[in-house]
Write a protein that binds this ligand. Structure first.
Ligand code: CP3
Length: 347
């Protein structure tokens, strides 16, 4: 006999829609990738990261690899946030040890020569469809994109940077050109996420990895406003698909982000105190996070106490367990296994 009326949604999707589950559903940012030997083997065989991303069979296989080992509640599409600028016409390379490079950089924010090529995005939708078809119905398929601000920082500088100074300067110096670039990314991102949803993604995450370097007014303008724009347009097309916003480094600005963007759930990075987040965020709003990836590397008691602290803080709120940022390359697989054992136990 069922005591609590609960939806038939798989656990992760149910929590993103506002139901509470205990133990919490779990997935890990960057759960597919280089810490897994089976990923490294396939990457060596195919020759490079982009070769994997644009090969739907390979990308679907990589998406499923961590689920076979650990049994996550979510499968996140294996791709990259920089596929959007690539599909818009910027050159993209992942050189060994140097991080991604986009060329030519849009130093002046002018992007007139860039025209999206739907062929790039169709390959990604093919991966989503393949994964969804292979997934057990208890697992939720997650799509994603970068947020306009974070994508713009790569498009303008041509590479990642610690403080995004080049893009922040441009945003102050020529806000009209920069707004036009942001608007263009918003438009492409709405179509791109809709394509993923139509191919089978059941929820989507917006990664705003570089949200943390903006002053409050710039944060409102370049993070909150474009995110609200994307959320508003996606809600018209796909009202039942939850959107997770992950403004990494937002700190105290998280409360405004949660209240103003319209996202269904917020991802918390590891610098956010879970008890503070629980007190600050709107009642009943689902949260995701926020184990320090380095506590997972440490393992043992450090890992156990960090997990307990997070779960205890969210013991009345819908909570998706995750890391506060992507899993790190040298994470021991045994520690990931231990994390999953811990999470299956009641608090
Ligand atoms: O979460 C997942 O498992 C899904 C796949 C995924 C990747 N990148 C695969 C990847 C996702 C969601 C991303 C997001 C991403 N990509 C972000 C946002 C999240 C974050 O980490 O802040 C950013 C900023 C990028 C851009 C990017 N891609 C960088 C800076 C790098 C190089 C540094 C690094 O961490 O490897 C990448 C490459 C990349 N993206 C790899 C993978 C598995 C490594 C590629 C390889 O060498 O095999």
């Amino acid at each position: 006999m069922t005591v609590n009326p609960v939806s038939n949604d798989p656990p992760l999707l149910a929590v993103l829609k506002g139901e509470r589950r205990d133990p919490p559903p779990v997935w890990l940012m960057r759960q597919a990738g280089r810490y897994l030997p089976e990923y490294r083997a396939l990457r060596a065989e195919k020759g490079g990261f982009l070769e994997l991303v644009y090969d739907a069979d390979a990308a679907a296989e990589i998406t499923l690899q961590p689920l076979r080992r650990f049994g996550m509640d979510g499968a996140i599409l294996f791709s990259d946030i920089l596929i959007v600028p690539h599909g818009m016409g910027q050159g993209l390379t992942f050189g060994p040890g140097e991080g991604p490079q986009l060329s030519p950089p849009l130093s002046d924010g002018k992007f007139a020569q860039l025209e999206p090529n739907p062929e790039y995005f169709r390959k990604i939708y093919a991966t989503v469809a393949k994964v969804r078809a292979a997934l057990d119905p208890s697992v939720t398929m997650l799509g994603f994109a970068g947020s306009p601000w974070t994508i713009a920082t790569y498009m303008v500088a041509g590479h990642g940077s610690k403080d995004q100074a080049e893009t922040r300067r441009l945003a102050y110096k020529d806000p009209v050109a920069f707004q036009a670039l942001i608007d263009r990314i918003v438009q492409v991102t709405v179509d791109y996420l809709s394509g993923q949803i139509e191919a089978g993604a059941q929820a989507v995450q917006l990664f705003d990895s570089w949200a943390g370097t903006l002053s409050p007014a710039q944060f409102e303008r370049w993070v909150v406003a474009p995110t609200a724009d994307i959320v508003g347009r996606l809600m018209v097309r796909h009202p039942d698909v939850p959107i997770i916003g992950f403004p990494k480094g937002a700190g105290a600005k998280l409360a405004a982000y949660a209240a103003e963007t319209g996202v269904d759930a917020v991802g918390l990075d590891e610098t956010i105190d879970p008890a503070w987040a629980d007190a600050m965020l709107p009642e009943g709003m689902p949260v995701q996070g926020n184990l320090d990836p380095l506590a997972l590397i440490a393992g043992g008691e450090a890992l156990e106490s960090a997990v307990t602290r997070i779960r205890a803080a969210f013991d009345t709120r819908p909570h998706v367990f995750n890391l506060g940022h992507g899993i790190v390359l040298d994470t021991p697989i045994a520690h990931v296994e231990h994390l999953f054992e811990l999470l299956r136990k009641p608090l």
